[in-house]
Design a binder for this molecule. Structure first.
Ligand SMILES: [Zn+2]
Length: 72
C-alpha cells in the first residue's frame, strides 16, 4: 500500500539523505550513498519506525476524509 512512498535514508558517514521508495528498499538490503559513495546497510528496524509514522498520518487523513463522508 505504501510501496510508492519515499523515505529519506540518511548516510551515517556524510549525512546526505537519499530518497528511496519502500518498494525499492524491500528489494534491496544495502544502498550506495549518492553523497560519498559508501555502502549503507538498510536497517529494517529504522524503516519500520518510519512506516509507523506514515501509517499514523494516513490514519489522520482517513479521519478527515471520513468526516466529509458522514455529512448529511
Ligand atoms: Zn554518504
Amino acid at each position: 500500500m505504501f510501496e510508492k512512498a519515499e523515505i529519506g535514508i540518511p548516510c551515517p558517514k556524510c549525512r546526505h539523505k537519499t530518497n528511496k521508495t519502500i518498494a525499492w528498499i524491500k528489494a534491496h538490503h544495502e544502498m550506495v550513498c549518492a553523497g560519498c559513495g559508501s555502502t549503507i546497510g538498510l536497517e529494517k528496524k529504522e524503516l519500520i519506525s518510519g512506516l509507523d509514522k506514515v501509517d499514523k498520518s494516513v490514519a489522520e487523513l482517513r479521519k478527515t476524509l471520513g468526516g466529509f463522508g458522514k455529512r448529511r
